[in-house]
Write a protein that binds this ligand. Structure first.
Ligand SMILES: Cc1cc2nc3c(=O)[nH]c(=O)nc-3n(C[C@H](O)[C@H](O)[C@H](O)COP(=O)(O)OP(=O)(O)OC[C@H]3O[C@@H](n4cnc5c(N)ncnc54)[C@H](O)[C@@H]3O)c2cc1C
Length: 134
């Protein structure tokens, strides 16, 4: 998705591609160069820079970023959603046509939405290893 919209360019130009890496308890290194991807590597980029680049792109697209504003609840109307906030200046609220919940595993948006999604916990991770033929 980011590749077709071109938003990846500043990340690629600032980051350092790492074509291989070690994962977990594997005893051999992984070679990403063999992946069928235009980006066959891990891109090393400090989180601070990644966040700054994302913020810059969001602002250029017309987003308003409200720091220190916590969503505390919401109510859904037929064609609007009202979002209740805790802000540095006290409680507030805003209205919008859409609300997208990107607020993590304990999402306030998801927990207060009428549109519940099925949730599944993942307790185990599996690593596959292919043995070389003898
Ligand atoms: C120790 C650790 C190591 C990890 N290592 C890896 C790894 O190596 N590779 C990997 O792929 N994944 C890793 N993960 C998992 C990865 O961090 C998460 O899957 C990913 O961050 C989830 O992204 P997200 O945007 O859904 O949620 P988050 O990254 O949790 O972002 C949610 C955002 O919403 C904000 N927010 C929350 N509630 C509200 C509210 N009520 N109002 C306003 N804002 C709110 C939060 O402040 C936060 O900024 C790791 C996780 C942990 C804890």
């Amino acid at each position: 998705m980011s590749s077709s919209s071109g938003v990846h360019h500043p990340f690629i130009s600032e980051g350092m591609p790492l074509p291989g890496g070690q994962f977990g308890l594997l005893d051999s290194r992984l070679d990403f160069r063999r992946l069928p991807s235009p980006f066959p590597y891990t891109l090393a980029l400090p989180q601070e820079r990644a966040e700054a680049l994302l913020e810059q792109q969001a602002l250029e697209l017309g987003a308003t970023i409200l720091r220190g504003h916590e969503v505390t609840g919401l109510s859904e109307g037929p064609d609007r959603v009202r979002v209740y906030l805790r802000t540095p200046d006290g409680p507030s609220r805003i209205e919008a046509a859409y609300l997208v919940g990107c607020d993590g595993a304990h999402s306030t948006v998801r927990n207060n939405s009428r549109h519940q999604l099925p949730r599944h916990s993942v307790h185990r991770a599996r690593l596959a290893r292919r043995r070389r033929p003898r």
